[in-house]
Design a protein around this ligand. Sequence first.
Ligand code: ZN
Length: 148
Amino acid sequence: MQLDSLYQEVILDHYKNPQNKQLKSDNDAQVHHVNPSCGDEVTLGVKLVGNLIESINWEGVGCSISQASTSILSDLLIGKTLEEAALISENFLHLMQSKGAEEGDPEVLEDAVAFAGVSKYPARIKCALLGWMAFKDASVQARNVEAK
Ligand code: ZN
């Protein structure tokens, strides 16, 4: 219970003080993703330098889970390589599909382990994954731009 309320605090903190929440104009790719079941929206941009994620910036509206998750992923993935980011994203997806059975590895996911409890609520999993799906989409497009 204590852990749950601590996690709640992490999520609310990112919701109130979102990181990297301002779209930039020089992104390699920018995508808009919507979660119709909750009304969450995220527009997310990615800028690469070679294989390195130089910037993840975003705008969004919606529930605290969707907005905090996007804030946390931007914090977590900026400065990582695309391969590292893909591994972290897979790890988070796995956690979200665990139906509450897993706690998540804080060494890999850092603040994103705060969403472990969300995996018990199927209706909210899409909220937690919205930003991550947007990042996946944007990073694939950005890599294609960077490769030209
Ligand atoms: Zn939501």
